[in-house]
Write a protein that binds this ligand. Structure first.
Ligand code: SF4
Length: 176
């Protein structure tokens, strides 16, 4: 069984059919409060919201998961380039990167930067590109394990074999 772990509900994009923004999806996610609760899963997918809005927090959490579960495949889903992805790639087994419409020049530049980071790396790197994007983009297919294009599907079901979790550690100073 794979764990799909929502580590933040925040995202800067606000895509109309975003699954994480649907209350039913968040309510169906099982809260976990400690990395140890991931012990039963064969694979861990860290997602959001947008994990790279807070790259330090995401990096720390991925490092904690990696330190606790050295052999469990660990993946990150993101749609936002940040230079910290370069460090994060050393901790994880793969990345799924999404390029959404509207894609501003900064989004295209961020995508180019991600491709630069993937150059020469081994890993499972998946790309999803919104087919509505009108700006020209340059994709280097040999960098990616899988490339998909299309539109977001409303009420997209959770893939088979996955459990949806949400990261809700105790607030500092809460005493729990
Ligand atoms: S980028 Fe992803 S998480 Fe953010 S609003 Fe769009 S679908 Fe949701």
């Amino acid at each position: 069984m794979r764990a799909r772990l929502i580590i933040t509900k925040e995202c800067h994009r606000g895509c109309r059919d975003c699954a994480t923004s649907q209350p039913g999806v968040i309510h169906s996610a099982r809260p976990i409060t400690a990395v140890e609760e991931l012990a039963e899963y064969e694979e861990i997918i860290v997602t959001g919201g947008e994990p790279m809005l807070d790259p330090v927090r995401t990096q720390r959490l991925l490092a904690a998961i990696r330190a606790r579960f050295r052999r469990v495949p660990l993946y990150l889903y993101t749609a936002l380039y940040h230079p910290a992805i370069g460090v994060i790639l050393d901790m994880i087994d793969g990345l799924t990167y999404s390029l959404h419409e509207p894609a501003a020049a900064a989004d295209i530049a961020g995508f180019d930067a991600v491709q630069n980071l993937l150059w020469g790396r081994d890993g499972s790197y998946r790309l999803w590109v919104d087919s509505a994007i009108t700006r020209p983009i340059r994709v280097y297919p040999f960098l990616w394990s899988r490339i998909a294009t299309g539109r977001m599907i409303p009420d997209c079901p959770l893939p088979a074999g996955e459990v949806l979790l949400i990261w809700e550690p105790p607030e500092p100073g809460s005493g729990s």
